[in-house]
Design a protein around this ligand. Structure first.
Ligand code: ADP
Ligand code: MG
Length: 249
């Protein structure tokens, strides 16, 4: 459902190009939940933005559900994001003037659909926000805002979900609840989830884990345990530090 072929990206910083991603190729199949892990600044969010059509990569091609994103106009990409994609942003991206409930209803309104009130309330209850549904984002904790962002995707159930550190602000128990929901959605026919995480126990719930270091995929593991994930991260981090030391000498 998600295919990346040799995706590269560089940000323009003044008159200088800062390369972030270097030829990333990956695929996510229907029914799959895949995690991306890597140190801060390794390009994980940028990779998700390129794959979701939020940023046009400087090189390579992303294909979603058979549509090559480079062939689509900005308006076509926006339409595709409304109908086929869900994105849980690292910074939540809630509308500040709308309540929790209204934020979850918004994608339905934008898609010219009647918001399914019962389903939205159920989803808000599942993520533990039944009592907070009518508060504004500014009246919510980070964890509550993150759960609204998750409910927005879980109520919509789009075929392709991108989630950027979706449990980063949640306590362990709530994190497990929303992770279960994401896994269930990913394992439903015709759906998939690609999530960034720093948490080895979240990665261990995924079917595959991709390790992104310095803008390159360094390794891939199928069904690793949390301990395996943690030791791979330690190993790759040490390797990266060694190569930086050598480059600095
Ligand atoms: N809009 C931007 N303009 C310039 N540099 C950026 C921009 N967004 C991110 N970067 C830089 O790109 C690198 C990778 O960022 P990001 O994809 O957010 O990494 P991660 O999500 O793995 O922490 C970082 O060094 C960051 O400072
Ligand atoms: Mg990030």
């Amino acid at each position: 459902m998600i295919v990346a072929e040799q995706i590269s990206h560089a940000y323009q910083a003044g008159d200088r190009e800062v390369p972030i991603l270097h030829g990333i190729s990956l695929h996510v199949q229907p029914g799959e939940m895949v995690a991306v892990m890597g140190p801060s600044g390794s390009g994980k969010s940028t990779l998700l933005y390129c794959l979701a059509g939020l940023v046009r990569p400087t090189g390579g091609e992303a294909t979603l559900n058979g549509t090559r994103l480079s062939t689509q106009s900005d308006a076509q990409l926006a339409k595709m994001r409304r109908s086929e994609l869900g994105f849980v942003f690292q910074s939540y991206n809630l509308m500040p003037t709308l309540s929790g409930f209204e934020n979850v209803a918004l994608p339905f309104r934008l898609g010219k659909q009647q918001p399914p009130v019962d389903r939205i309330n159920q989803t808000l209850a599942t993520v533990g926000l039944a009592e907070r549904a009518h508060a504004l984002p500014s009246q919510m904790s980070g964890g509550e805002q993150q759960r609204v962002a998750l409910a927005r995707v879980l109520a919509m159930r789009p075929p392709i979900v991108f989630a950027d550190e979706p449990t980063g602000a949640l306590d362990t128990r709530t994190g497990v609840v929303v992770l279960n929901e994401l896994v269930t959605l990913a394992h439903t026919e015709g759906h998939c989830v690609l999530t960034v995480t720093h948490d080895p126990s979240v990665a261990a719930r995924c079917d595959r884990v991709l390790f992104l270091f310095n803008g390159r995929l360094a390794r891939e593991e199928r069904n690793p345990s949390a301990d395996q994930v943690a030791s791979i991260m330690t190993e790759l981090t040490a390797e990266l530090e060694r190569s930086r030391d050598e480059a600095g000498r």
